[in-house]
Design a binder for this molecule. Sequence first.
Ligand code: HEC
Length: 139
Amino acid sequence: MQNSSLVGFNQLLVVAVTSWLLLGCYYDRADHLYGQGGTSDGGGVVLPCDTTLVVSFAGDLLPILDTHCNNCHSATAPDGGLDLTSHAGVSQSGNVGSLVSRLRLPMSDVGSMPRNGMPLPECNIVLFELWIAQGAPNN
Ligand code: HEC
């Protein structure tokens, strides 16, 4: 003979624990994969960045750099000695310098880029990573 109130309690416990595990996985995954500032669908759902893109230096990256970086990283005496208006400067910093790691520093870190500005959206940072993985072409 089973105690029916105990069975009811056990079923409730299973439902509670299962929901907790599912919700826990959902949030862990979104945070880990997309980070803060990934593209949003406007309804608060964070969408994954498209990692299948072939990134264009001139078409994708230069406009981002011109908007967020090149007030400081251009002309004859660029900040940090780094000119981000040319393929040479960007590919060098991307391949052997600190470009991507600076973009990923929290705003509270004095070395974060853009200096004194909001961090770039996650999917813009991913564009730089993809481009470097694709051989940092001058395309
Ligand atoms: C308001 C000015 C300013 C803006 C905007 C800015 N930077 Fe900088 N950046 C600096 C200064 C100043 C330094 C040198 C001090 C330091 O290394 O933190 C620097 C250094 C760097 C360095 C390290 C250079 C090296 O090789 O030591 C990188 C990489 C960099 N910036 C990337 C960027 C990128 C990418 C952006 C745009 C997303 C950006 N910065 C926007 C001012 C700026």
